[in-house]
Design a protein around this ligand. Structure first.
Ligand SMILES: Nc1ncnc2c1ncn2[C@@H]1O[C@H](COP(=O)(O)OP(=O)(O)OP(=O)(O)O)[C@@H](O)[C@H]1O
Length: 278
């Protein structure tokens, strides 16, 4: 029997009750993820924010199959036959210094068994889109940090993988380059509509790029809040100056701080907390 065309094929990526325990060499058990469930729809851009150590990277690694959960399940939509279905972008770029820029951009396709000619044609197209065409024959050692990150994005987009998992991909960049890269990423994603899960420490970045923002808290790591980002697409960084953006930024920041514990009034009750995240 044929499947009706209108039937919803379900999320592209779904995690159910993910637990992850780590055991230290001393035998101490750390509960890094505690019952995390999420579903990411086709073409959705989901950002994950949360304090350092709350399990964001662990979640991403489990979602992408780089790490195994201690309990629960991760499911890619059946029929995602692309190999590999998931591509990663890391903070340290993951660029291979012994390969040319073109070979780096083609790497995902080559690993998937695509021939050199086609891989390099696709790579060249993506290098053009991220403004690196003139460096195609150079080695990554000649690239600045921002250019390496553009190369890492080109490789992920060129890989053909429908799901991109990004772990603080812009975290190592200086503020100006980071802003430029946010625009690049926004443009690339609007062009391709990949399904993206991105970990970031920046609330502004999450609200600029994401359709949804998941807020995690730690010990064990779990998703405590979810925000739907209402700003229409295509978006530009200018939305960050709007009152609606400012209001949502405040709400996410409050969610990150967690429920307020009434402070006991002492002489140092007003001591600063060391500044905000944004
Ligand atoms: N391989 C491992 N072995 C033991 N403990 C680990 C391992 N990987 C992560 N952890 C621990 O699990 C917890 C979650 O780590 P994770 O890197 O996922 O957090 P994070 O939210 O991504 O942190 P950050 O924002 O600082 O990158 C931390 O306490 C970390 O020390």
């Amino acid at each position: 029997m044929n499947t009706p065309a209108t039937e919803n094929p379900g999320p592209v990526l779904a995690a159910q009750d993910i637990d992850r325990y780590f055991v230290s060499p001393e035998g101490e058990v750390l509960h890094a993820l505690g019952g995390v469930s999420l579903a990411v729809e086709d073409g959705e851009f989901v950002c994950v924010v949360g304090p350092s150590g709350c399990g964001k990277s662990t979640l991403l690694r489990v979602l992408g199959g780089l790490d195994e959960a201690s309990g629960g399940s991760v499911r890619l939509r059946p029929g995602l036959s692309v190999v590999p279905p998931v591509a990663f972008v890391f903070q340290d770029f993951g660029v291979l210094p012994w390969l040319t820029v073109r070979a780096n951009a083609a790497f995902g396709l080559r690993m998937a068994g695509v021939g050199r000619g086609l891989s390099e044609r696709v790579a060249d197209r993506w290098l053009g889109r991220v403004g690196l065409s003139e460096f195609a024959d150079a080695y990554p050692g000649r690239l600045s940090g921002g250019m390496r990150q553009r190369l890492a994005l080109a490789r992920a987009f060129a890989s053909g993988s429908p799901v991109l998992l990004m772990d603080e991909p812009l975290g190592a960049l200086d503020p100006q380059t980071r802003l430029e890269m946010q625009e690049h990423l926004l443009e690339l994603w609007q062009l391709e509509h990949k399904t993206v899960v991105m970990v970031t420490h920046s609330i502004d970045e999450a609200l600029l790029l994401g359709d949804r923002v998941l807020v995690m808290s730690g010990r064990p790591g779990t998703v405590t809040d979810t925000f739907t980002v209402p700003f229409p697409r295509p978006r530009t960084p200018g939305i960050q100056d709007t009152p609606a953006f400012a209001r949502l930024r405040v709400r996410v920041r409050q969610a990150l701080r967690g429920p307020r514990i009434p402070a006991q009034r002492t002489d140092d009750a007003d001591a600063g907390t060391g500044g905000g995240e944004e």
